[in-house]
Design a protein around this ligand. Structure first.
Ligand SMILES: [Zn+2]
Length: 315
């Protein structure tokens, strides 16, 4: 994923989700200017203090009105004396969550509404995995908001919850019975617009609903498509085994233990392809579910979650 996009999503988890002059100095500030044009980033309170570039002291800011109108700003360094600070270096911008949700989820039927003061939002409805589903969004879920989210969403088993980052989606996923997706796994920035990867999103619901039977014989020479299918089956089978192991160890010891994920070299050997072919399969844009399965296999709570979803889907 593009780096500025990841930074935007990471910043969205913070309170306030703010950008200052430092962010605009980095390369690809153009991305942030686009977001300002789209009112996704809106002006925030200006910087209140300034760090002296020479000695590092925290300086008070002094605003001096100019005779012809306008204002100049000086940082009063206790050691080096006053120095002028350019006004563009004091500007700060904050993410307008409602507007960013609007820009990200424009392919859904939107009814954006803030449901609690911290970070739970209703987004609307979207057609996901052959079903119209309620879509919710949660940001900065580490800040004690998880229990509120659970109270509101506890009974919405078939809804889809998005969080900005993969890390927070995993935290939430452990608490909620519905599917939680980290936007960083499924979003791209193309032609000055956000683009959601519908296949990857559907894949979170679909992979275990269509669990294929294990193949009897390994293909000798695989085309890419055959290798992808074989890899999907291997990873699915591993997750099923890992879930068994996790529930079993949890029942015996109180703590679920993760069955080690096979390495990519081991997987390549199992499906009888070369290591480079395997990594090309993993990167293949037509098979985003492979990356999702691969990540899930490395997280004990994810594999347990997948089992619960699979059981629910069979009912
Ligand atoms: Zn100084």
């Amino acid at each position: 994923m593009d780096d500025p996009l990841r930074r935007l999503l990471t910043r969205w988890e913070l309170q306030p989700p703010r950008f200052d002059a430092y962010d605009f100095r980095r390369p690809q500030a153009e991305f942030l200017y686009r977001l300002i044009d789209a009112a996704v980033l809106v002006p925030s309170t200006p910087v209140g203090t300034w760090d002296c570039a020479d000695c590092g002291s925290v300086c008070r800011l002094i605003y001096v009105d100019q005779p012809g109108g306008g204002q100049r700003t000086f940082a009063a360094c206790p050691r080096c004396g006053p120095m002028e600070v350019r006004s563009e270096n004091l500007r700060r911008y904050e993410i307008d969550t409602g507007n960013l949700l609007d820009a990200v989820f424009r392919s859904y039927r939107l009814s954006i509404e803030r449901l609690d003061p911290v970070g739970l939002w209703r987004v609307g409805r979207g057609k996901i995995a052959d079903r119209s589903r309620e879509v919710y969004f949660v940001r900065s879920c580490e800040r004690g908001a998880v229990s509120t989210v659970c109270d509101v969403l506890g009974s919405h088993g078939k809804c889809c919850v998005f969080a900005p980052t993969r890390a927070s989606s995993r935290t939430l996923s452990q608490q909620l019975s519905c599917v939680v997706i980290g936007l960083e796994d499924v979003i791209d920035w193309q032609d000055h617009a956000f683009l959601l990867d519908d296949d990857a999103i559907n894949g979170r619901f679909g992979s275990l609903e269509t669990l294929p039977k294990p193949t009897k014989s390994k293909p000798k020479r695989s085309t890419r498509a055959a290798a992808i299918e074989a890899l999907r089956q291997e990873l699915n089978a591993h997750i099923v085994a890992a879930a068994d192991h996790a529930f079993d160890t949890e029942a015996r010891t109180g703590t679920p233990v993760l069955l080690p994920r096979p390495t990519q070299a081991e997987l390549a050997a199992r499906i009888n392809v070369s290591a480079p072919t395997l990594s090309r399969c993993m990167e293949d844009r037509s098979a985003p579910e492979l990356r999702i399965l691969w990540d899930a296999a490395d997280d004990v709570y994810e594999v347990m979650k997948w089992r619960k979803l699979a059981a629910k889907n069979r009912r």
